[in-house]
Ligand binder design. Sequence first.
Ligand SMILES: Cc1cc2nc3c(=O)[nH]c(=O)nc-3n(C[C@H](O)[C@H](O)[C@H](O)COP(=O)(O)O)c2cc1C
Length: 245
Amino acid sequence: MKRREFLKNSIITISAMALLSGCSNKMVDKCNGGNNMRVLLINSSAHKNGCTYTALSEVAKVLNKNEIDTEIIQLGSEPIRDCIGCYACRKNNSGRCVFDDDIVNTLIEKAKTADGFVFGSPVYYGHPTGRLLSVMDRAFFAGGEYFKFKPAAAVLSARRAGTTASFDVINKHFTINNMPVVSSNYWNMVHGSKAEDVYEDKEGIQIMQILAENMTWYLRAFEAAKKEGINHPVLPEKIATNFIR
Ligand SMILES: Cc1cc2nc3c(=O)[nH]c(=O)nc-3n(C[C@H](O)[C@H](O)[C@H](O)COP(=O)(O)O)c2cc1C
């Protein structure tokens, strides 16, 4: 299939999916698909409509088709502080970061009512963006409680390499915080330098769509379990040792 034909077919399919879910194409950044379950998708690229966004919006479209609400949160290009390890959030147990001048506390607030998460990043020198790591370190350290037990996935975009190492870095935030990691039929990555390239990466697009189907399944399974009285475990207080004491 020629490039133009492929793009045309993709747009038609996506529009049909969006219309079926009650969301127009333009609404994909925030869509109420008709159900209370909600997934936050975080784009850590400053390119608002770049490759990472394209990958995330593919995930969002399938979630919307499955009647799951989505919101794509843009971390944008404004400065975002790094964690300074002051432990103030832990000492005052506020569930907020003491620095209130960027997006971190907004994300924590949104996480409280969200049911699942997809963190997306371009690969920079073989790792996720510093922007994403600053946000995740602070949001999880201060407000980890609101992410806990909720399914999550990492999505990476690269021109060529560094995706799996970056995938690993993001997934570590989930697995230290009792979060079920949602997978696809390959490690969640797309390739490209500009948004259009991502649509050429047919395997990448399919990985995003299957990821969304699997996320839907996790969310529905957890919801059904909850109705049956099967809840997440009540965990003992965490033991933190420096290896020996
Ligand atoms: C500072 C910088 C470092 C990058 N490092 C890598 C890299 O290590 N591997 C790679 O394949 N692409 C690298 N890229 C390219 C981007 O990861 C790639 O173009 C990505 O798809 C852009 O996503 P975006 O449009 O969402 O920003 C780098 C780009 C920048 C700006």
